[in-house]
Design a protein around this ligand. Structure first.
Ligand code: XMP
Length: 472
């Protein structure tokens, strides 16, 4: 048996090229996460329960990347997180939150907590618009038994518009009437949608955000391949998820190939990402089965112990290059998932053939990741854990195993608290743009085309890091 050598990010560097890039601002970092989903920056937050729920997904999408909401919760809870992202900004909200005129203020307060939304259209069972209830209507009302009908702004005082009004006219109408919400109705005054001033402002002001055709933020959702996974797929598609990610540790498996078939048969127009894989053969099989992108990474992650527990895995740079040899031919995007510790690693992944880079540990310590910050010896941290770690396995909704029966393939870890995810993304986008100027690459396809890797020694790694001083 011949044993091949495989490399990872620290084993190599990119050789600088003669550059015609005058300013880092001249480079274009746009890319695709899957066949039909375009992004302005190639960064994706991982589908882990300590990394991506709605808060992270919103921040990633506003910055031009995307977040994949994890699946380690009930189907309803995951679909709700996706829905929160899809409702964060719109030009038109097609299904506005509604309340009944007979609801009490107490019931409305529960809805406010559940949906993180402060205004509601008031309607009866026939979808007739009866009024609107906004934050202002509730500020001074202290009695939780007060009925919505007593405090809402009634239909007679509402400014409304038809569904096809368009953003420019809607803006004018809201400005002229000094209103923040514009209900859209048909001739019979049935609710057809809602336009809000904040949504219009957000959409016009934020050109970099990742948006769908209706101006809503993009979001992905992870699903498994066993038991009731099709119910999860149905719920995510109903919540209008933009891309589904098959989230299993060994994606090159008959289970996953069957799931791809089922999902694609039922939802041919929803992009589907297959993963995780680490070989060219796996990429070929998944592409043949119908995926719209592949996710690469068996064991490189910061909290992964798959390679230690099972002996299997491929160092990440080689895995990306091997898979890219197939995905490029088929024009299928490749996501390099895991093992990125610093911006230079992401540049190497993209130069080696990845279209996007998924990160867990790097985003796990930010304000937007789920979970509280904790204090330990006077410093602030957040918890990051592998989705195959002991506590993750015990915490699953369907967990049946005893502790002694679980073989973890991941660990629980403390990561330093690092503030808002935007500041981490600034470092990654800045490093990438600078890297692209070293590679004479105006866009990511040129970065790949011009890439010339050299293998370095341990002495080279030492030289690459700051050395012979005490870093402040
Ligand atoms: P980073 O290095 O960005 O990696 O923190 C995130 C990726 O790690 C994978 N992941 C796991 N891999 N055991 C594993 O072997 C686990 O318990 C585990 N949890 C997450 C996953 O691909 C993620 O995106």
């Amino acid at each position: 048996m011949q044993i091949k050598t495989a490399l990872t990010y620290d084993d190599v560097l990119l050789v600088p090229q003669k550059s015609n890039i005058i300013s880092r601002q001249d480079v274009n970092t746009s890319t695709k996460i899957s066949k039909n989903i375009h992004l302005k920056i190639p960064f994706v937050s991982a589908n882990m329960d300590t990394v991506t729920e709605s808060k992270m997904a919103i921040a990633m999408s506003l910055a031009g990347g995307i977040g994949i909401v994890h699946r380690f919760c009930s189907i309803e809870a995951q679909a709700k997180e996706v829905m929160i992202v899809k409702r964060k900004q719109n030009i038109i909200i097609d299904n506005p939150f509604i309340v009944s005129p007979d609801d009490t203020l107490g019931e409305v307060k529960e809805k406010i907590k559940e949906y993180n939304c402060k205004s509601f259209l008031v309607t009866n069972n026939q979808q007739d618009l009866l009024g609107i209830l906004t934050h202002r209507d509730m500020i001074f009302e202290k009695n939780n038994d007060t009925l919505v009908s007593d405090i809402m702004t009634p239909r007679s005082k509402l400014v409304t518009a038809p569904y096809n009004i368009g953003p420019e006219k809607a803006k004018e109408l809201m400005n002229n009437n000094k209103i923040e919400k514009l209900p859209l109705v048909d001739e019979e005054f049935k609710i057809k949608g809602l336009i809000t001033a904040t949504d219009i402002a957000d959409n016009y002001n934020n050109e970099n955000a990742s948006k769908d055709a209706k101006g809503r933020l993009l979001v992905g959702g992870a699903v498994g391949v066993r038991n009731d996974y099709m119910k999860r797929v149905d719920a995510l598609v109903s919540a209008e998820v933009d891309v589904l990610v098959l989230d299993i540790a060994h994606g090159h498996s008959s289970n996953e190939l069957e799931a791809i078939k089922q999902i694609k048969e039922k939802y041919p127009s929803v992009d589907l990402i297959g993963g995780n894989i680490a070989t060219a053969k796996a990429a070929s099989d998944l592409i043949k089965a119908g995926v719209d992108a592949v996710k690469v990474g068996i064991g490189p992650g910061s909290i992964c112990t798959t390679r230690i527990t099972t002996g299997y895995g491929v160092p990440q740079l080689t895995a990306v290059m091997n898979v890219a040899s197939v995905t490029r031919r088929h024009k299928i995007p490749l996501i390099a998932d895991g093992g990125v510790k610093q911006p230079g690693d992401a540049v190497k992944a993209l130069a080696a053939g990845a279209d996007t880079v998924m990160m867990g540990g790097q985003f796990g310590g930010t304000t937007e990741s789920p979970g509280p910050t904790i204090n330990y010896h006077g410093r602030q941290y957040k918890i990051s854990r592998g989705m195959a770690s002991l506590t993750a396995a015990l915490g699953r909704p369907d967990a049946k195993e005893k502790i002694s029966d679980i073989t973890p393939e991941g660990v629980e870890a403390r990561v330093p608290y690092r503030g808002p995810v935007q500041s981490i993304l600034n470092q990654y986008v800045g490093g990438l743009k600078s890297g692209m100027s070293y590679g004479n690459a105006g866009d990511l396809s040129k970065l790949r085309k011009n890439a010339e890797f050299i293998r370095i020694t341990n002495a080279g790694v030492t030289e690459s890091n700051s050395h012979d001083n005490e870093v402040l």
